[in-house]
Design a protein around this ligand. Structure first.
Ligand SMILES: Cc1cc2nc3c(=O)[nH]c(=O)nc-3n(C[C@H](O)[C@H](O)[C@H](O)COP(=O)(O)OP(=O)(O)OC[C@H]3O[C@@H](n4cnc5c(N)ncnc54)[C@H](O)[C@@H]3O)c2cc1C
Length: 485
């Protein structure tokens, strides 16, 4: 076991995750921050102007955006476990906006809104970079770009739409074709027939970014209580009583930033369904990376709906993930969807296929996290009708960049200031409902298996079965956008 791995298993995180399942980033971040101590749980009855539920990227960016607009406001963040315990501390660390979603954004929203979303993502990217350079050098924001890889002619054909759009909108510096030769110059990968180079992608150490946001929020006078799970929010005469296990806060406004757990909220559960993302990290393998010729900070993703993505770390590990985990029944965000041996086996198989130089013994740790999916795979923000309770969720596995935008929108919803960010469709559009349970779960399982079979067949150069083709066709019809990646 390397020193980093030993330290990882000794962090506070090991109380939450079974041994060997501590997200690499969390283990590394806590090991590198010896001054970290938990913020005391909420106790007794307290008062605040704004209570934020959830201490991940959304909650912390919202706290900082609010602090900027209302320097005197009393802001409290209530975090069930510790900041970085959620998706924000365990994700792939790919930070990018929405240029790679432009084809479907244009189709769904038209030109003006689609471009506004993409520009908002670029602004978020600049601001995250700035925050990292000023306050979070440990988050190692590195704008190395990303290549989306095609491994079959059919996948390559689907890229044409990107290049057409890039030509029409003059986006050649952001979206361009990368041929197999260029890609091999970044890293020699098997079965690559071409790709798209997206310039606007950075990698970060996500848990370090959360810890930096937490430090900054504390420094700017935001109160944070960890180990403070919110049990309920009740309306009171002069605001809302936010109840935790050991205390309560009376607050004028409440922000729900608790991500996948919102899939069980009575007023939001029809808008969200949870699935899971599985990740593995190798031990440092500098010699193998050298053999592959992977010597820049470029990241990669595949062109599948249940994609793989991979990147390397400064200490020469590969972090490799998949969005292909199972679906949670009735909004579940833990339990079976995070412990699915079949998904882990597939992840490992995909990893070994992509990196034949590696073996299973190179893997240092693996973990899984819940991802909340909206029907159009875009985040949404709003205020529960007739209340001062605001929410933001639905990032659909793409939240490192979008949570910055989310923080701005939530701050505008609280303060009622001139709408800048809340003019985006992230706030203004109507989000379609998922079907009711058990149809959502059963349908989700059918779509998952059908789409996976379809994509596996294409990748292997086989014709997809009739069932798989039918599911693929159905998946992009109607308000639910599943098969459009
Ligand atoms: C494995 C994985 C890989 C991913 N990879 C990427 C990627 O590479 N790029 C990308 O852009 N996005 C990625 N994502 C998505 C991204 O991580 C999320 O969209 C983003 O972190 C959401 O931030 P958040 O603050 O809303 O949620 P979270 O980080 O989950 O924060 C919510 C917080 O709320 C707390 N909480 C929950 N319930 C309560 C309660 N009752 N009371 C108090 N607190 C509560 C939780 O403990 C948690 O800390 C990935 C997600 C996963 C799981």
């Amino acid at each position: 076991m390397s020193r980093g791995d030993q330290l990882a298993s000794a962090t506070p995180a090991s109380e939450k995750w079974p041994r060997g399942k501590v997200p690499f980033w969390v283990g590394e971040a806590f090991a590198q921050d010896p001054r970290w101590t938990p913020q005391a749980p909420l106790s007794g009855q307290q008062q605040a102007d704004v209570a934020i539920v959830g201490g991940g990227f959304t909650g912390l960016w919202a706290a900082l955006a609010l602090r900027q607009r209302r320097p005197q406001a009393r802001i409290v963040v209530l975090e069930a476990q510790f900041c970085a315990a959620g998706a924000s501390g365990m994700n792939g660390g790919f930070s990018h906006g929405y240029w790679d979603a432009l084809p479907r954004l244009l189709q769904d929203f038209g030109e003006a809104d689609a471009l506004a979303i993409a520009e908002a993502g670029s602004e978020a990217q600049r601001q995250i970079e700035r925050f990292c350079s000023e306050h979070a050098p440990q988050a190692r924001f590195s704008a190395g770009g990303r290549v989306k890889l095609a491994s079959s002619a059919r996948q390559l054909e689907r890229f044409d739409e990107y290049f057409r759009i890039a030509r029409v909108y003059g986006l050649g510096d952001r979206i361009r074709a990368a041929d197999p030769r260029e890609i091999a110059g970044y890293c020699r990968l098997p079965s690559v027939v071409g790709g798209i180079h997206f310039a606007e992608t950075a990698t970060v150490q996500p848990a370090q970014l959360v810890l930096a946001l937490r430090r900054e929020a504390l420094r700017r006078g935001v109160r944070i209580h960890e180990a403070s799970p919110v049990r309920g929010v009740q309306e009171a005469r002069d605001g809302y009583v936010v109840q935790t296990t050991a205390g309560s806060v009376l607050a004028g406004d409440v922000v729900l930033a608790s991500n996948a757990s919102l899939a069980t909220h009575p007023l939001l559960r029809r808008k969200l369904t949870n699935f899971s993302s599985y990740v593995l990290a190798t031990r440092p393998i500098p010699d193998k990376l050298r053999q592959m010729g992977w010597n820049s900070d470029i990241g990669f993703s595949t062109a599948k709906m249940f994609l793989n993505w991979f990147r390397k770390t400064p200490d020469q590990r590969i972090v490799f993930g998949t969005g292909g985990g199972p679906i949670g029944f009735n909004g579940a965000s833990s339990g079976a969807l995070l412990q699915h041996p079949g998904t882990y086996r597939k992840l490992l198989g995909d990893f070994l296929q992509m990196f034949p130089q590696c073996t299973a013994s190179d893997i240092a740790c693996d973990w899984a996290g819940a991802v909340e999916l909206s029907t159009d795979r875009l985040p949404f923000f709003g205020t529960l009708p007739g209340t001062r309770i605001h929410y933001g969720c639905g990032y659909s596995g793409h939240g490192v960049n979008a949570t910055w935008i989310g923080g701005r929108i939530l701050a505008e919803l609280v303060t009622g200031d001139a709408a800048e960010w809340s003019r985006l469709p992230f706030h203004t559009r109507a989000v379609a409902d998922w079907p009711r349970e058990p149809f959502r779960y059963l349908g989700g399982r059918l779509f998952r298996s059908g789409l996976m079979a379809y994509e596996d067949a294409l990748e292997a150069g086989r014709a997809p079965s009739l069932y798989a083709s039918l599911v693929q066709r159905l998946s992009s019809i109607g308000p639910v956008r599943l098969g459009a990646r």
